[in-house]
Design a protein around this ligand. Structure first.
Ligand SMILES: Cc1cc2nc3c(=O)[nH]c(=O)nc-3n(C[C@H](O)[C@H](O)[C@H](O)COP(=O)(O)OP(=O)(O)OC[C@H]3O[C@@H](n4cnc5c(N)ncnc54)[C@H](O)[C@@H]3O)c2cc1C
Length: 522
């Protein structure tokens, strides 16, 4: 039996962006339901990390300087007005979590707000969302969006994993907060980040933007994925003890390429004995999950050499995501909003990664903006019973044939290889993109002709489809951008081309299309 619910604002996803959106929407007087695939508080990539927020005091010249620096990093694709907006919202709203989060001292008599422990931060957001009146449904992955006869997105359908029951939630507005797509690389905290929201939105005709700017990478111990923080002063060695010539971590692509190529040949060992002294006593406080894998192995992180791996982050700390149609985070599908890593972050990160500070400020701010806007739009439409609506999902839902088994694990591996395989991703050219595109098109055809699935197996099938669709958009966008800019590097076009300093959309499921866009928000 299907569980039927009704609300003003439905938020799909339960990470950082969802938390801020739920608080804003509930405070604006809307009834709010958050449906998360995992448990809101522990799922998503914030929960396992120590996110730092872009944090600049409201001093005119400090803010102008910060925006100028960030605009240079954005390489022609950022928007100073958006940057100013997220600086302002982050400064005003992050401290509002104080009743639920124990902000520490800044060592100078004030409070330290910008860097938080992810697990406690997410627990605080959950508590604040509940206190504001939101209802949270854990282990309730969304599967497809609903659309009414007017063409508005009118809620979603999903499956309650614990109850083994389908659910249908009718809503006046829907916010996609499903995070980025880590392509099942094994990156800590990213298991549920399979790009489902992007697949659902694409089925509603929404395009994506900036998908070519990625992937980004985390360097971690080879046996466990944890965060990058301690690697600033790392020296790398091969298995025979020879020091490797690896450019420093801030060299970005050159650093990752050198490490990736070295790792193809043999294990690479990191030596963190030169890491900043100041980091040692505070590492556990900032990133509580980082020391544990070392302690379990009896490895002294700042003394012993240990093998490392690059974990691909896909579009997380990459830049791309759902294209936004206005400054309140609406998409082109009426009634549908996108926030956090599910949306493009080009407005504030441009062609480069927003990791390190800007992405968290974006997740907070886009959540606040969309939450308030969705609440107002929903309250204006509160009168009247919901119009009939139907699901618009395709893979695994139509055509209605009998269920047929597919090897999801093999597909995950292939997708991860195409997006993150060290052998080809650091020296991409036209031929390499074409080969990857063909492989992925074959996987998509297999999925698109798959018959109907149900319950948990439908959830898994939809995740697999979202991984493949996300990989296809990523590679099509990268193939179409014939230059190197920010996170996007091509061996055959190694320089930026001034005539290509514009954003690019990618859309479609069976046939993928790309097109350049100069347009600002309407
Ligand atoms: C190693 C690393 C370090 C980082 N450090 C920083 C930093 O210091 N500063 C910074 O600014 N940024 C940092 N980031 C980026 C930052 O963590 C993200 O930008 C932020 O977490 C985005 O929040 P989100 O809510 O959009 O996504 P997430 O926090 O990933 O949440 C997504 C949620 O959606 C849920 N979901 C997915 N699919 C479905 C579905 N079908 N139905 C229901 N729910 C679904 C997931 O379960 C999850 O709970 C870092 C990222 C990484 C990987």
């Amino acid at each position: 039996m299907t569980i039927h619910l009704e609300t003003d604002v439905l938020i799909i996803g339960g990470g950082m962006a969802a938390g801020w959106a739920a608080i804003a929407a509930a405070q604006a007087g809307a009834r709010v339901i958050v449906a998360d695939k995992g448990y809101m508080g522990t799922s998503g990539v914030t929960a396992m990390g120590g996110p730092n927020h872009w944090w600049v005091a409201p001093d005119k010249s400090l803010r102008e300087e910060a925006i100028a620096r960030q605009s240079a990093k954005a390489q022609g694709l950022g928007d100073p007005d958006w940057m100013a907006r997220i600086l302002d919202l982050t400064w005003r709203y992050l401290p509002s979590l104080a009743p639920h989060y124990p902000f520490g001292s800044d060592g100078a008599g004030g409070t330290y707000y910008s860097g938080v422990r992810g697990s406690e931060y997410m627990r605080a957001l959950r508590a604040a969302a509940l206190e504001a009146g939101a209802q949270i449904l854990d282990h309730h992955p969304a599967i497809e969006l609903l659309r009414d006869a007017e063409g508005r997105i009118a809620g979603a359908r999903g499956h309650a994993l614990r109850h083994k029951q389908d659910w249908e939630i009718r809503s006046k507005t829907t916010i996609l907060a499903t995070g980025g797509n880590a392509f099942r690389s094994g990156l800590i905290g990213s298991h549920t980040n399979t790009g489902d929201g992007q697949l659902m939105a694409a089925e509603a005709g929404v395009a994506l933007s900036g998908m070519e700017f990625g992937p980004s990478w985390s360097i971690s111990p080879a046996w466990a994925s944890t965060r990058t923080l301690p690697y600033t002063g790392a020296i790398y060695y091969d298995a025979g003890g020879r020091e490797l010539d690896i450019p420093p971590i801030y060299a970005g692509h050159a650093h990752n390429r050198a490490l990736g190529h070295a790792m193809l040949d043999e294990p690479v060992l990191a030596d963190l004995s030169q890491a900043p002294q100041a980091l040692r006593p505070i590492l556990r406080r900032i990133q509580p999950f980082t020391p544990a894998p070392f302690e379990r192995r009896g490895v002294d992180i700042f003394r012993d050499r240990f093998p490392v791996k690059l974990f691909g982050e896909g579009t997380i700390r990459g830049t791309g995501g759902l294209d936004l149609a206005d400054a309140e985070c609406r998409t082109s599908a009426p009634g549908l909003f996108a926030i956090g890593d599910a949306a493009t972050r080009e407005w504030v990160a441009g062609a480069n990664s927003g990791g390190g500070a800007v992405n968290s400020a974006w997740a907070l701010s886009s959540g606040r903006i969309a939450g308030a806007a969705a609440a107002h739009e929903s309250l204006a439409r509160r009168d009247g019973a919901p119009a009939p609506a139907r699901g618009i999902g395709r893979v695994g839902i139509t055509p209605e044939q009998a269920e047929r088994a597919i090897d999801s694990t093999a597909i995950y591996r292939e997708v991860d290889h195409q997006i993150h395989g060290y052998a080809h991703v650091f020296s991409r050219d036209e031929a390499s993109y074409a080969t990857s595109a063909d492989e992925l098109a074959g996987l998509w055809r297999e999925l698109a002709s798959h018959g109907r699935a149900q319950g948990a197996s439908l959830v898994g099938l939809r995740e697999t489809a979202a991984l493949v669709a996300g990989a296809r958009w990523t590679l099509a966008a990268a193939q179409a951008r014939k230059e190197s800019r920010g996170l996007h590097h091509r061996a055959d076009f190694p320089e930026a081309n001034a005539s290509l300093a514009h954003r690019q959309r990618v859309s479609g499921l069976d046939a993928i299309r790309t097109h350049a866009q100069q347009a600002e928000f309407a």
